[in-house]
Design a protein around this ligand. Structure first.
Ligand SMILES: [Zn+2]
Length: 200
């Protein structure tokens, strides 16, 4: 805390510094930018933050963020109900949508299993996934998880849990580099990986 920065500005900088990818230095730069762009950026941003905090919720069916529940994807009757694509986070869902790689529905786990970080099955949206698999409408579940150690641990665990339900479980194949995070892949690679998915 610098003695020359007022408390309001310091609080803004401290909060900005909590954003992923923003350290204290870039948080200061962002705060100064906002002050300079008070009317075109800062006030609309404050309004957008408050609105999003009030209205955006996790879809009770799939875990996607939306202001309606069920979300627009779950509510879309033209999408294939029989294929569920399992993703780590909503960012990966957006990447798959951008690539036009999947015309079915999704299930957002909210993270990956990570024994080292103490993240177990109960910390993720897995119970609801098993329930959806048991519901009868779903024929195939595609595990679209990053090719990292945690992603593979999670895929292995899910294939065992879902294997008991009788639903066919597949995973993305070629094009996902080892250690690769899904939402960094370009659309073409992601679309190819989805098309060439294979049984787990
Ligand atoms: Zn949904």
């Amino acid at each position: 805390m610098s003695a020359n920065i007022g408390p309001e500005l310091q609080r803004l900088i401290d909060l900005l510094a909590k954003m992923p990818g923003l350290g204290p230095r870039s948080a200061k730069r962002a705060a100064l930018y906002l002050l300079k762009k008070r009317e075109p950026v800062m006030r609309p941003l404050a309004f957008a933050l408050a609105e999003a905090a009030d209205k955006v919720k996790a879809c009770a069916v799939c875990g996607n963020w939306d202001s309606i529940d069920p979300c627009a994807i779950c509510a879309d009757a033209t999408r294939d109900k029989t294929v569920l694509c399992v993703v780590q986070d909503v960012g990966d869902l957006w990447a798959l949508e951008r690539a036009g790689a999947h015309r079915g529905r999704y299930h957002v786990l909210g993270g990956l299993l990570s024994p080292l970080d103490g993240i177990g099955p109960d910390d993720l949206n897995i119970g609801a996934l098993v329930a959806r698999a048991q519901g009868g409408a779903v024929k195939e579940i595609v595990l679209a998880l990053s090719a990292t150690v945690d992603g593979q641990t999670t895929a292995h665990y899910l294939s065992e849990r879902l294997g008991e339900t009788g639903v066919s479980v597949t995973r993305l194949s070629q094009g996902v580099p080892v250690g690769g995070e899904l939402d960094y892949l370009d659309e073409g690679t992601l679309a190819a990986a989805m098309k060439t998915r294979r049984p787990v």
